[in-house]
Write a new protein. Sequence first.
Length: 348
Amino acid sequence: MIIELSSTATSRDADTLAASLTARYGRVHPVLLGANWLLVLPGAGGAAAAEVAGLPGVDRVVPTAGPFHLAERALRPAGSVVSVSGVDIGGPGFTVVAGPCAVETEEQLARSASAVASAGAALLRGGAYKPRTSPYAFQGLGEEGLRLLARQRERGGLGVVTEATQPAEVQLVAEYADMVQIGTRNMQNFALLKEVGRCGRPVLLKRGMAATVEEWLCAAEYILSEGNPDVVLCERGIRAYGQETRFTLDLSIIPVVKKLTHLPVIVDPSHSTGSPFLVAPMTVAAAAAGADGVIVDVHADPASARCDGAQAILPQDFERLMEELAPVVEAGGRRLTRAHRGLQPLVA
């Protein structure tokens, strides 16, 4: 179960109550999640909940089934909304994140950023650090890529989503980015998850390519347990037998996950399918399935891309996708999330 303390509770209050409960119920985990102190009691049952609810300083007690507790929908039945540079993910909106898979040059990034901004994307994606299957493949520009992303944010106003691949990179990435992405290969890199839990930025957590839902939500729990409440899940396809697509995009899992957790869930139709012609129909299908958004690869010249060009769509195709997407989102009683922009990105 989870014990939520009153809004006036201090760290001393949380530690004192945790110490008194540990002797009776086993290990207690105090967590400052956002502005609220919570105590997680993994092994406590229903009888304990009734007793604890009457203790001084306790605002409410939330029974949980585990093994993830802070991620359970019971904690936030209405669902969580994560704000990234003024853009909400979750709630009544459907948020589109778009841009190139990897930052290659300033001109390449500027062309893609300008295109996705003008078509209505709410956030800009782009990888400065790229974990690749082959050690000889392009690994990203590193800090220079982060600087180019930050420059595009200054010019165009779109918040930046970019990946950290190891704990030592997290603080540097957090200095430049508005949201830190954890890729599929790092979903169970627990040291990395703990570090992004402490970085002070929202986190986009992609599902591992062979991960169960429970493993995925437990990975989110690592981030939440470090005090970071701003976690967005991303379904990006799992390994299966078929060879027709790069991975199998498991859209059936969207309503399942939204039943289990209060965290927003978005979909990656680019990395999952690996084919540009599948991006639009899978984006529309994701919206119909109840996802809170998508993250799409857009490149002005996919043939020259140094990373995953085969799956990227052209700017004109992205514009057409946004036009097709709007009525589907509206039919579901939602709206496309808009960015709070200043100037449009300038082409270098």
